[in-house]
Design a protein around this ligand. Structure first.
Ligand code: PMP
Length: 396
């Protein structure tokens, strides 16, 4: 037996949950990602998606993707740096910079590539990175790839952040990196307080708007815009894989930093550029999000409804302020069983277990789209109520 087989032969966790019939991953969907999806010949209510604007099945976006496929072909066969730059990549970058409210932007093939490439490119030896301890895995990997000193503070605890900053040299580059909306718990970064600390301790700030775009701020510009702090945040990243109905990501900032990244960021230079279809789809989504603010109103209407109903029914939903609603279970086994039972009764939700959350804070994540109806949300609440009561997570 080879070394790797020897090392991994005892990894049996998936098999255990498969044997119990509660393995919740890699479930196959055979339709578009709408408010209902087809799975194994059945329709299931989708509350496990990140498509907050509900645009993934929008015909205008599909048509834009098809037209780009016809015009430019299926791939770019090279990186942006060399032969992989299309006019639509450049157009998308220009429009995103304007939309976000920064000088310039760069588009990448995924949001993960943005964080894992940009962070080590902007901060290195002698600098400091300070992260919230619930930041997304792509931020964690980005900071691990940097030679900067890595520090973190307790989730959204501004006193703890100040404790960290206080001890750092005044003149050193200190980059605070946070999720604008935390992806599992749905709470927001305390950006006003972080900006105050930025001034007090001479820092820079990078915000991940993966879950804020299309949800918060004017025309869905994100959490920085929501707080009126876009000018105070140095770098803003976003992804096309959620509200923008495609795949890819971007970084936006001042012209000099973006120019540096354009010529040094390894995931930008040494990886092929995003596909024509994905790029055109993101561009069309960006236009629709700006043209149709009523989508964001609809998203908030169903979000408010769901928040109210979960509270009324006695669910523990934490500190969420967004369309991401965590339904706390506080037990890994029960989290899997709740996910499986919900699925059996017709609702798709996602289990959240370590390392995506603290071991004592396991939950199922219920997320809204602008296209959900109140009737669908009510059905979801009723099914989850039944599941949570059967498992004794909530009482009568
Ligand atoms: N940041 C956050 C907060 C995310 O939730 C995600 C995706 N789950 C990413 C970055 C990575 O984005 P992408 O899916 O575009 O790689």
């Amino acid at each position: 037996m080879g070394q790797l087989q020897e090392k991994y032969k005892s990894y049996r966790l998936p098999q255990k949950y498969m044997a119990e019939g509660v393995y919740p991953y890699f479930r196959e969907i055979t339709s578009k990602q709408g408010t209902e999806v087809e799975m194994g010949g059945h329709k299931v209510l989708m509350f496990g998606s990140n498509a907050y604007t509900g645009l993934t099945g929008d015909q205008r976006i599909i048509d834009a993707g098809k037209a780009a496929l016809d015009k430019y072909g299926s791939g770019c066969a090279g990186s942006r740096f060399l032969n992989g730059t299309l006019d639509i990549h450049v157009q998308l970058e220009k429009e995103l910079a304007e939309y976000i409210g920064k000088d310039d932007a760069l588009c990448f093939s995924t949001g993960f590539f943005v964080n894992s490439g940009v962070i080590p490119a902007v901060v290195g030896r002698g600098d400091y990175i300070i992260c919230d301890d619930r930041d997304h895995a792509s931020i964690v990997d980005g900071r691990r790839l940097s030679f900067a000193t890595q520090l973190h503070y307790k989730h959204n605890d501004m006193e703890d952040l100040e404790r960290v900053l206080k001890n750092l040299p005044e003149e050193a580059i200190k980059l605070i990196i946070v999720d604008g909306v935390f992806s599992m718990e749905g709470d927001l970064a305390n950006l006003p307080a972080i900006v105050e600390l930025k001034h007090k301790y001479n820092c820079s700030i990078m915000v991940d708007e993966a879950h804020g775009l299309g949800v918060f701020g004017k025309q869905g510009r994100g959490v920085c815009d929501h707080f009126g702090l876009t000018d105070e945040v140095d770098l803003i990243m976003g992804t096309f894989s959620k509200s923008m109905a495609s795949i890819g990501g971007f970084i936006a900032g001042d012209k000099d930093t973006i120019n540096w990244l354009r010529h040094s960021c390894r995931t930008y230079i040494f990886s092929a550029s995003n596909t024509p279809a994905a790029t055109a789809a993101a561009l069309e989504a960006l236009h629709i999000i700006q043209k149709e603010p009523e989508r964001i109103d609809a998203l908030w209407r169903v979000t408010r409804y769901a928040l109210r109903r979960f509270k009324e029914e006695g669910f523990e939903i934490g500190e969420t302020e967004s369309p991401i609603i965590p339904l706390y279970v506080h037990d890994v086994e029960k989290t899997f069983v709740a996910t499986a039972k919900a699925f059996e009764y017709g609702v798709f939700i996602n289990p959240v277990i370590p390392p995506a959350c603290a071991p004592q804070d396991t939950l199922v994540r219920f997320a809204l789209m602008a296209t959900h109806t109140e009737e669908q949300v009510e059905r979801g609440v009723q099914i989850l109520k039944r599941v949570f009561k059967e498992l004794d997570i909530i009482k009568d």
